[in-house]
Design a protein around this ligand. Structure first.
Ligand code: ADP
Length: 219
């Protein structure tokens, strides 16, 4: 039951890579961006609160995202796990075919887009203490600034995300520099940070990430 954070600037490829890794290693993929977009598209009270914030490219409040993560961790055999067939669940938890499944199976989790502020890092630490989880590794996908800008603009041409417009993209990158980059220093000190070169093709980055994951999951 490992907990792995995939860190990176907007455009670094966190979402794509987290999806590929989750599929390959049977991990639960928790993306705060996706969870928030789901709330917005379902028109929930929370979705209505965050819609404008996301459209401006601002970060959503720390309490809101930490609550989403806490809820996902609480649910145990929740809607995330319900999407899995039993075989995959058993494999992910290392439970044999004839052994009973526990009430709350706990596969490993890859966190994508969270934590994004130092405050969120501290809140996550507290949450992990309460839920008897621990952070195993933070993997940062490293991409030069010019390449990030090029990729987000390219994605903007095909995406229907309302926060993929010129001004908003610039603001998201500013928010990243101001509030999210300090997260790297926070984890550097703890010695759990691994930097991976993400400047090349999706498959190249994926190969590097798989090597790290293989090592972390075997510990
Ligand atoms: P990207 O990394 O491409 O900017 P995400 O899907 O991770 O995209 O996030 C989209 C938006 O959702 C962010 O710009 C922000 O408004 C909100 N968001 C996602 N995760 C967080 C978080 N951990 N803290 C605050 N806001 C968040």
């Amino acid at each position: 039951m490992k907990n792995i954070i995939l860190f990176g600037a907007p455009g670094a490829g966190k979402g794509t890579q987290a999806g590929l890794l989750a599929e390959k290693f049977d991990l639960i993929h928790l993306s705060t961006g996706e969870m928030l977009r789901r709330e917005v598209s379902q028109g929930t009270p929370l979705g209505m609160r965050v819609k404008g914030i996301m459209e401006r490219g601002d970060l959503v409040g720390d309490d809101i995202v930490v609550n989403l993560i806490a809820k996902a961790l609480d649910n145990g055999r929740n809607e995330l796990l319900d999407e899995w067939d039993e075989l995959r669940l058993r494999r992910a938890c290392g439970i044999g075919p004839d052994d009973p499944l526990p009430e709350k199976p706990q596969p490993s989790i890859i966190y994508d887009g969270f934590p994004r502020t130092v405050q969120q890092c501290q809140m996550l630490e507290f949450l992990f203490q309460k839920k008897q989880r621990k952070l195993d590794c933070v993997i940062s996908i490293d991409v030069p600034q010019e390449e990030l800008v090029r990729r987000i603009h390219e994605r903007a041409l095909i995406s229907n995300r309302s926060d993929d417009t010129e001004d908003v993209i610039r603001h998201r990158l500013e928010e990243y520099e101001d509030k999210t980059r300090p997260v790297l220093d926070y984890y550097k000190v703890s010695g759990r940070l691994v930097m991976v070169d993400g400047s090349g093709e999706i498959s190249e980055t994926n190969t590097r990430l798989c090597q790290v994951l293989q090592y972390v999951l075997a510990q």
